[in-house]
Design a protein around this ligand. Structure first.
Ligand SMILES: [Zn+2]
Length: 354
Protein backbone atom coordinates (compact mmCIF):
# COMPACT_ATOMS: atom_id res chain seq x y z
CA UNK A 1 0.00 0.00 0.00
CA UNK A 2 1.15 3.57 -0.48
CA UNK A 3 2.69 5.56 2.31
CA UNK A 4 -0.22 8.00 2.21
CA UNK A 5 -2.92 5.36 2.52
CA UNK A 6 -0.90 3.64 5.22
CA UNK A 7 -0.78 6.86 7.20
CA UNK A 8 -4.47 7.53 6.74
CA UNK A 9 -5.27 4.07 7.99
CA UNK A 10 -2.94 4.59 10.91
CA UNK A 11 -4.61 7.85 11.85
CA UNK A 12 -8.02 6.27 11.61
CA UNK A 13 -6.89 3.46 13.83
CA UNK A 14 -5.61 5.82 16.49
CA UNK A 15 -8.60 8.11 16.51
CA UNK A 16 -10.97 5.20 16.92
CA UNK A 17 -8.72 2.87 18.87
CA UNK A 18 -6.78 5.10 21.24
CA UNK A 19 -9.86 6.25 23.08
CA UNK A 20 -11.12 2.71 23.46
CA UNK A 21 -7.87 1.41 24.88
CA UNK A 22 -7.28 4.42 27.10
CA UNK A 23 -10.82 4.65 28.36
CA UNK A 24 -10.86 0.97 29.18
CA UNK A 25 -7.86 1.54 31.43
CA UNK A 26 -6.52 -1.88 30.61
CA UNK A 27 -4.37 -3.31 27.90
CA UNK A 28 -6.36 -6.53 27.78
CA UNK A 29 -8.72 -5.17 25.16
CA UNK A 30 -9.23 -7.57 22.30
CA UNK A 31 -8.16 -6.28 18.89
CA UNK A 32 -11.73 -6.65 17.71
CA UNK A 33 -12.92 -4.31 20.43
CA UNK A 34 -10.10 -1.80 20.13
CA UNK A 35 -9.92 -1.48 16.38
CA UNK A 36 -12.39 -0.01 13.94
CA UNK A 37 -14.37 -2.28 11.67
CA UNK A 38 -11.72 -2.16 8.98
CA UNK A 39 -8.30 -2.29 10.60
CA UNK A 40 -5.23 -1.73 8.47
CA UNK A 41 -4.42 -4.89 6.56
CA UNK A 42 -1.07 -6.44 7.45
CA UNK A 43 1.57 -4.98 5.15
CA UNK A 44 3.59 -7.13 2.81
CA UNK A 45 6.49 -8.82 4.54
CA UNK A 46 4.33 -9.06 7.67
CA UNK A 47 4.23 -11.91 10.15
CA UNK A 48 0.83 -13.08 8.99
CA UNK A 49 0.49 -16.82 9.57
CA UNK A 50 3.34 -16.92 12.11
CA UNK A 51 2.93 -17.74 15.80
CA UNK A 52 5.16 -16.41 18.56
CA UNK A 53 5.08 -17.76 22.12
CA UNK A 54 5.99 -15.03 24.60
CA UNK A 55 6.95 -15.90 28.16
CA UNK A 56 7.33 -12.95 30.53
CA UNK A 57 9.55 -14.61 33.15
CA UNK A 58 8.29 -15.33 36.69
CA UNK A 59 4.89 -14.12 37.97
CA UNK A 60 3.12 -11.58 40.11
CA UNK A 61 2.25 -14.02 42.86
CA UNK A 62 2.71 -17.67 43.83
CA UNK A 63 -1.02 -17.59 44.62
CA UNK A 64 -0.82 -20.63 46.85
CA UNK A 65 1.50 -22.63 44.57
CA UNK A 66 4.77 -24.05 45.85
CA UNK A 67 7.79 -22.55 44.10
CA UNK A 68 9.92 -25.43 45.40
CA UNK A 69 7.77 -28.22 43.99
CA UNK A 70 10.18 -30.40 42.00
CA UNK A 71 9.63 -30.58 38.25
CA UNK A 72 11.59 -31.99 35.34
CA UNK A 73 14.78 -30.12 34.48
CA UNK A 74 14.88 -31.64 31.00
CA UNK A 75 18.06 -33.57 31.82
CA UNK A 76 16.66 -36.50 33.77
CA UNK A 77 16.75 -34.61 37.05
CA UNK A 78 14.50 -32.15 38.83
CA UNK A 79 14.54 -28.50 39.82
CA UNK A 80 12.30 -25.97 41.52
CA UNK A 81 9.00 -25.22 39.78
CA UNK A 82 9.68 -21.48 39.70
CA UNK A 83 11.49 -18.59 41.30
CA UNK A 84 10.05 -15.23 42.23
CA UNK A 85 12.60 -13.36 40.10
CA UNK A 86 14.92 -10.46 40.78
CA UNK A 87 14.27 -6.94 42.03
CA UNK A 88 15.89 -3.98 40.33
CA UNK A 89 17.89 -1.50 42.39
CA UNK A 90 15.11 0.94 41.42
CA UNK A 91 12.70 -1.27 43.38
CA UNK A 92 10.79 -2.49 40.34
CA UNK A 93 10.24 -6.25 40.25
CA UNK A 94 11.69 -8.29 37.42
CA UNK A 95 8.35 -10.00 36.76
CA UNK A 96 6.78 -6.60 36.06
CA UNK A 97 9.68 -5.46 33.88
CA UNK A 98 9.33 -8.69 31.85
CA UNK A 99 5.56 -8.22 31.68
CA UNK A 100 5.75 -4.60 30.50
CA UNK A 101 8.24 -5.40 27.74
CA UNK A 102 6.22 -8.47 26.72
CA UNK A 103 3.07 -6.36 26.33
CA UNK A 104 4.88 -3.98 23.99
CA UNK A 105 6.42 -6.86 22.01
CA UNK A 106 2.99 -8.49 21.75
CA UNK A 107 1.49 -5.28 20.38
CA UNK A 108 4.30 -4.88 17.87
CA UNK A 109 4.18 -8.49 16.64
CA UNK A 110 0.39 -8.51 16.38
CA UNK A 111 0.55 -5.27 14.42
CA UNK A 112 2.72 -7.18 11.95
CA UNK A 113 0.11 -9.92 11.71
CA UNK A 114 1.59 -12.52 14.06
CA UNK A 115 -0.43 -14.62 16.48
CA UNK A 116 1.03 -14.16 19.97
CA UNK A 117 0.50 -16.72 22.73
CA UNK A 118 1.41 -15.60 26.27
CA UNK A 119 2.63 -17.96 29.00
CA UNK A 120 0.70 -15.98 31.61
CA UNK A 121 -2.31 -13.73 31.29
CA UNK A 122 -1.60 -11.08 33.92
CA UNK A 123 1.07 -9.71 36.23
CA UNK A 124 -0.80 -10.33 39.45
CA UNK A 125 -1.42 -14.07 39.67
CA UNK A 126 0.30 -17.38 38.97
CA UNK A 127 1.98 -18.16 35.64
CA UNK A 128 2.92 -21.85 35.81
CA UNK A 129 6.03 -23.89 36.61
CA UNK A 130 8.92 -23.80 34.15
CA UNK A 131 8.02 -27.23 32.73
CA UNK A 132 4.38 -26.19 32.26
CA UNK A 133 5.44 -23.06 30.37
CA UNK A 134 7.70 -25.14 28.13
CA UNK A 135 4.80 -27.49 27.42
CA UNK A 136 2.55 -24.51 26.65
CA UNK A 137 5.17 -23.33 24.14
CA UNK A 138 5.20 -26.82 22.58
CA UNK A 139 1.39 -26.91 22.41
CA UNK A 140 1.29 -23.49 20.75
CA UNK A 141 3.35 -24.89 17.85
CA UNK A 142 4.98 -21.46 17.69
CA UNK A 143 7.56 -20.58 15.07
CA UNK A 144 9.65 -19.28 17.96
CA UNK A 145 9.30 -19.06 21.75
CA UNK A 146 10.82 -16.08 23.55
CA UNK A 147 11.34 -15.96 27.33
CA UNK A 148 11.97 -12.48 28.67
CA UNK A 149 14.06 -12.00 31.80
CA UNK A 150 16.40 -9.51 33.42
CA UNK A 151 19.39 -10.62 35.45
CA UNK A 152 20.66 -9.69 38.90
CA UNK A 153 24.24 -10.00 40.11
CA UNK A 154 24.05 -8.52 43.60
CA UNK A 155 21.65 -7.68 46.40
CA UNK A 156 22.82 -4.08 46.09
CA UNK A 157 24.15 -1.90 43.30
CA UNK A 158 26.77 -3.44 41.02
CA UNK A 159 28.25 -0.95 38.56
CA UNK A 160 30.83 -3.35 37.20
CA UNK A 161 28.56 -5.92 35.53
CA UNK A 162 26.35 -4.88 32.65
CA UNK A 163 24.83 -5.91 29.35
CA UNK A 164 22.39 -8.39 27.84
CA UNK A 165 22.78 -12.08 27.07
CA UNK A 166 20.90 -14.89 25.39
CA UNK A 167 21.06 -18.22 27.26
CA UNK A 168 21.40 -21.31 25.04
CA UNK A 169 21.25 -24.87 26.39
CA UNK A 170 24.25 -27.12 26.79
CA UNK A 171 23.51 -29.91 24.30
CA UNK A 172 22.60 -32.68 23.93
CA UNK A 173 19.62 -33.13 26.24
CA UNK A 174 17.82 -36.50 26.51
CA UNK A 175 14.96 -35.37 24.24
CA UNK A 176 16.33 -35.80 20.69
CA UNK A 177 13.78 -33.36 19.24
CA UNK A 178 14.81 -30.63 21.67
CA UNK A 179 18.47 -31.26 20.91
CA UNK A 180 17.91 -31.05 17.17
CA UNK A 181 15.64 -27.99 17.26
CA UNK A 182 17.72 -26.00 19.74
CA UNK A 183 21.01 -26.85 18.02
CA UNK A 184 19.63 -25.55 14.73
CA UNK A 185 16.73 -23.13 14.65
CA UNK A 186 16.92 -22.27 18.37
CA UNK A 187 20.56 -21.26 18.04
CA UNK A 188 19.81 -19.27 14.88
CA UNK A 189 16.94 -17.47 16.63
CA UNK A 190 19.12 -16.70 19.66
CA UNK A 191 21.85 -15.28 17.44
CA UNK A 192 19.31 -13.21 15.48
CA UNK A 193 18.07 -11.80 18.80
CA UNK A 194 21.65 -11.10 19.90
CA UNK A 195 22.32 -9.27 16.64
CA UNK A 196 19.12 -7.23 17.00
CA UNK A 197 20.11 -6.15 20.52
CA UNK A 198 23.52 -5.07 19.23
CA UNK A 199 21.96 -3.11 16.35
CA UNK A 200 19.69 -1.38 18.88
CA UNK A 201 22.80 -0.20 20.72
CA UNK A 202 22.70 -2.61 23.67
CA UNK A 203 26.01 -4.10 24.77
CA UNK A 204 26.64 -7.82 25.33
CA UNK A 205 27.16 -8.77 28.98
CA UNK A 206 30.67 -8.42 30.36
CA UNK A 207 30.23 -11.14 32.99
CA UNK A 208 29.20 -14.78 33.67
CA UNK A 209 31.25 -16.20 30.82
CA UNK A 210 29.09 -14.55 28.18
CA UNK A 211 30.72 -14.65 24.76
CA UNK A 212 29.44 -12.06 22.28
CA UNK A 213 26.03 -11.95 23.96
CA UNK A 214 25.59 -15.74 24.20
CA UNK A 215 25.83 -17.79 27.39
CA UNK A 216 25.63 -21.59 27.42
CA UNK A 217 24.01 -23.18 30.46
CA UNK A 218 22.72 -26.67 31.31
CA UNK A 219 20.11 -25.71 33.91
CA UNK A 220 17.44 -23.69 32.09
CA UNK A 221 14.50 -26.10 31.99
CA UNK A 222 12.43 -23.64 29.94
CA UNK A 223 14.81 -24.29 27.04
CA UNK A 224 15.71 -27.92 27.83
CA UNK A 225 12.05 -28.93 27.53
CA UNK A 226 11.01 -26.74 24.58
CA UNK A 227 10.59 -28.43 21.19
CA UNK A 228 10.08 -25.22 19.23
CA UNK A 229 12.98 -22.82 18.60
CA UNK A 230 13.61 -21.09 21.93
CA UNK A 231 15.22 -17.77 22.79
CA UNK A 232 15.94 -17.02 26.43
CA UNK A 233 16.72 -13.33 26.85
CA UNK A 234 18.40 -11.71 29.84
CA UNK A 235 17.76 -8.11 28.75
CA UNK A 236 20.14 -6.49 31.20
CA UNK A 237 21.42 -6.48 34.77
CA UNK A 238 18.94 -5.10 37.31
CA UNK A 239 21.80 -4.67 39.80
CA UNK A 240 23.44 -2.17 37.46
CA UNK A 241 21.90 1.23 38.28
CA UNK A 242 22.01 2.48 34.68
CA UNK A 243 20.38 -0.62 33.21
CA UNK A 244 17.93 -0.90 36.10
CA UNK A 245 16.74 2.66 35.46
CA UNK A 246 16.41 1.98 31.75
CA UNK A 247 14.50 -1.28 32.25
CA UNK A 248 12.24 0.36 34.86
CA UNK A 249 11.08 3.18 32.59
CA UNK A 250 8.41 3.17 29.90
CA UNK A 251 10.85 4.68 27.43
CA UNK A 252 13.48 2.03 28.16
CA UNK A 253 10.87 -0.74 28.01
CA UNK A 254 9.94 0.45 24.52
CA UNK A 255 13.57 0.41 23.39
CA UNK A 256 14.06 -3.15 24.66
CA UNK A 257 10.70 -4.19 23.20
CA UNK A 258 11.66 -2.88 19.77
CA UNK A 259 14.92 -4.84 19.93
CA UNK A 260 13.02 -8.02 20.86
CA UNK A 261 10.37 -7.43 18.18
CA UNK A 262 13.02 -6.81 15.54
CA UNK A 263 14.94 -9.90 16.68
CA UNK A 264 11.84 -12.05 16.17
CA UNK A 265 11.16 -10.44 12.79
CA UNK A 266 14.75 -10.91 11.71
CA UNK A 267 14.77 -14.61 12.66
CA UNK A 268 11.38 -15.31 11.05
CA UNK A 269 12.49 -13.59 7.83
CA UNK A 270 15.12 -16.32 7.50
CA UNK A 271 13.02 -19.24 8.80
CA UNK A 272 10.74 -21.16 6.43
CA UNK A 273 7.29 -19.56 6.28
CA UNK A 274 4.02 -21.40 5.77
CA UNK A 275 3.42 -22.20 2.10
CA UNK A 276 1.57 -19.30 0.42
CA UNK A 277 -1.74 -19.89 -1.32
CA UNK A 278 -1.21 -20.61 -5.02
CA UNK A 279 -1.60 -17.57 -7.28
CA UNK A 280 -4.53 -17.42 -9.67
CA UNK A 281 -3.59 -17.20 -13.37
CA UNK A 282 -2.40 -13.68 -14.15
CA UNK A 283 -2.17 -12.71 -10.48
CA UNK A 284 0.92 -10.72 -9.56
CA UNK A 285 3.06 -11.64 -6.61
CA UNK A 286 2.84 -8.88 -4.01
CA UNK A 287 5.97 -6.87 -3.39
CA UNK A 288 8.08 -8.66 -0.85
CA UNK A 289 9.23 -6.29 1.83
CA UNK A 290 12.26 -7.75 3.52
CA UNK A 291 12.39 -8.01 7.29
CA UNK A 292 15.34 -5.67 7.21
CA UNK A 293 13.31 -2.94 5.51
CA UNK A 294 10.66 -3.16 8.18
CA UNK A 295 13.29 -3.13 10.86
CA UNK A 296 14.89 0.04 9.61
CA UNK A 297 11.47 1.65 9.50
CA UNK A 298 10.82 0.67 13.10
CA UNK A 299 14.20 1.85 14.34
CA UNK A 300 13.82 5.16 12.56
CA UNK A 301 10.44 5.58 14.15
CA UNK A 302 11.96 5.02 17.58
CA UNK A 303 13.41 8.51 17.34
CA UNK A 304 9.83 9.80 17.32
CA UNK A 305 8.69 7.41 20.04
CA UNK A 306 11.13 8.43 22.78
CA UNK A 307 10.18 12.12 23.09
CA UNK A 308 6.52 11.23 22.63
CA UNK A 309 6.55 8.93 25.64
CA UNK A 310 7.97 11.74 27.74
CA UNK A 311 5.23 14.07 26.47
CA UNK A 312 2.56 11.46 27.17
CA UNK A 313 3.86 10.97 30.69
CA UNK A 314 3.26 14.68 31.26
CA UNK A 315 -0.19 14.75 29.65
CA UNK A 316 -2.83 16.11 32.02
CA UNK A 317 -5.86 14.56 30.37
CA UNK A 318 -7.03 11.86 28.01
CA UNK A 319 -7.74 14.56 25.40
CA UNK A 320 -4.20 15.84 25.65
CA UNK A 321 -2.73 12.32 25.35
CA UNK A 322 -4.93 11.54 22.34
CA UNK A 323 -3.98 14.83 20.67
CA UNK A 324 -0.31 14.01 21.16
CA UNK A 325 -0.78 10.59 19.58
CA UNK A 326 -2.67 12.03 16.62
CA UNK A 327 -0.03 14.72 16.08
CA UNK A 328 2.66 12.05 15.88
CA UNK A 329 0.62 9.83 13.61
CA UNK A 330 1.73 11.42 10.39
CA UNK A 331 5.36 10.54 10.95
CA UNK A 332 5.40 6.96 12.11
CA UNK A 333 4.15 3.64 10.89
CA UNK A 334 0.89 2.03 11.91
CA UNK A 335 2.90 -0.67 13.65
CA UNK A 336 4.68 1.80 15.86
CA UNK A 337 1.46 3.68 16.57
CA UNK A 338 -0.05 0.49 17.87
CA UNK A 339 2.99 -0.04 20.08
CA UNK A 340 2.56 3.54 21.30
CA UNK A 341 -0.89 2.72 22.61
CA UNK A 342 0.63 -0.05 24.67
CA UNK A 343 3.26 2.38 25.87
CA UNK A 344 0.53 4.78 26.94
CA UNK A 345 -0.83 2.00 29.07
CA UNK A 346 2.58 1.47 30.63
CA UNK A 347 3.06 5.18 31.22
CA UNK A 348 -0.28 5.56 32.95
CA UNK A 349 -0.01 2.26 34.79
CA UNK A 350 -3.49 1.30 33.68
CA UNK A 351 -4.97 4.48 35.20
CA UNK A 352 -6.02 7.55 33.31
CA UNK A 353 -4.64 10.90 34.41
CA UNK A 354 -7.45 13.08 35.78
ZN1 LIG B 1 14.33 -14.07 35.53
Amino acid sequence: MSVVSSRRRALGWVSAGAVGVLAAGTFAVSPAAAEPATPAAPSSGSLSGRTVFLDPGHQGSAAGHSLTKQVSDGRGGTKDCQTSGATAVTGKKEHTINWDVAQLVKAGLEAEGAKVVLSRQDDTGWGGCVDERAEAANQSKADVAVSLHADSTSGGADQSKSGFHMIVPTLPVPDATVTSVQAGKGRAASEAMRDSFKRAGFKPANYAGVKDGIQQRPDIAAVNLTRVPAVFVEMGNLSNPTEAKELSSAKGSAAYALAVTNGVKSYLSTAPAPAPAPLAPGEVTPDADTGTDGEIEDLAALAAVGPLIEQLAGAKSLDEATTLLLAQGSDVSAQVLKAMLAIVYAVFGGKLPV
